[in-house]
Design a protein around this ligand. Structure first.
Ligand SMILES: Nc1ncnc2c1ncn2[C@@H]1O[C@H](COP(=O)(O)OP(=O)(O)O)[C@@H](O)[C@H]1O
Ligand SMILES: CC(=O)N[C@@H](CCC(=O)OP(=O)(O)O)C(=O)O
Length: 255
């Protein structure tokens, strides 16, 4: 239970003490990627901006980008402090640090991007020195910063490292009925995901999450899982007792 993991910490979970209590003592190496959707939305609203989402992605005009970064970076620093206070020394970074996330713009969404390059060596160097990297999902292209969905960023980082990835969120996994937590699907293959998307079962913020899980597999991650944040979740995911597990083929299980 000390496998190296990428863990994505989702919007609804930040500030939850239980999550920090779960992540801080995890015995293996962790690279963390955090979101900040609610914080970004709140800051944009205070500035009088409204957000529009397309396929679960926030349309980000250039004039919104500064607020997106400010909200994400404060979120990251708070998380880093919380983990560090619990004995896991964490450094809050973004793709602008050491140019560690390279992006490609999706111009129809403004300054939104996908990830095309990950400087995985930086994360390994920090881990070797005893620091846990905690990454905000901002990537760079030649014009500057891009707002990347945090699930997308986590999937790319997991692919580059070749590690399993757990997307922690506010639901137990993918549900067959989006409103009914008793309908959690314990495992999904890429083919099954496509069918659920076509049926409209996978909606909203769950779309970039499952797409990130599948992208991680394509990029080299051995497995990916979506699970609800809380005490004990990482161990339960690794035992196959919690969450929705994604593998390239139905027969494969995490190590
Ligand atoms: N089939 C589904 N199963 C579970 N949740 C779903 C499904 N389709 C859509 N969702 C929604 O996706 C949300 C998780 O995505 P999101 O809010 O973006 O989380 P996070 O902020 O943690 O990244 C859930 O709270 C739920 O409302
Ligand atoms: C392009 C895009 O949608 N970026 C996201 C980045 C933060 C994020 O993904 O936060 P959660 O994990 O909390 O949803 C956004 O602006 O909300």
């Amino acid at each position: 239970m000390s496998e190296a993991l990428v863990v994505k910490v989702g919007g609804s979970l930040r500030g939850a003490e239980a999550l920090l209590d779960e992540l801080a003592p995890y015995p293996g190496p962790l690279v963390l990627v955090h979101g900040g959707g609610p914080e970004i939305g709140a800051l944009l609203a205070r500035l009088g901006y409204e957000s529009r989402f397309v396929g679960g992605l926030r349309v980000t005009p250039k004039e919104h980008l500064e607020a997106v970064e400010m909200a994400l970076y404060l979120t990251g620093k708070r998380l880093a402090e919380g983990l560090s206070r619990r004995g896991r020394r964490a450094l809050a970074l973004s793709g602008r640090d050491a140019l560690c996330l390279k992006g490609r713009a999706l111009p129809e969404l403004g300054r939104v991007g996908e990830v095309v390059g990950v400087e995985a060596g930086l994360f390994l160097d920090l881990l070797e020195k005893g620091y846990t990297p905690l990454l905000a999902p901002i990537a760079l292209d030649e014009e500057g910063p891009l707002n990347v969905n945090a699930d997308t960023a986590a999937g790319a980082v997991a692919g580059a490292l070749g590690w399993g990835v757990v997307f922690l969120t506010d639901v137990e996994g993918v549900y067959a009925d989006p409103k009914d937590p008793t309908t959690r699907l314990p495992r999904l293959t890429p083919e099954e995901v496509e069918a659920l998307k076509a049926q409209g079962v996978i909606q909203g913020g769950m779309i970039p999450k499952v797409e990130a899980a599948l992208a991680a597999l394509r990029a080299g991650a051995p497995w990916a899982a979506i699970a609800k944040g809380g005490l004990g979740v990482l161990g339960r995911v690794l035992l196959g007792e919690a969450g929705t597990l994604f593998t390239p083929k139905a027969a494969e299980r995490p190590a």
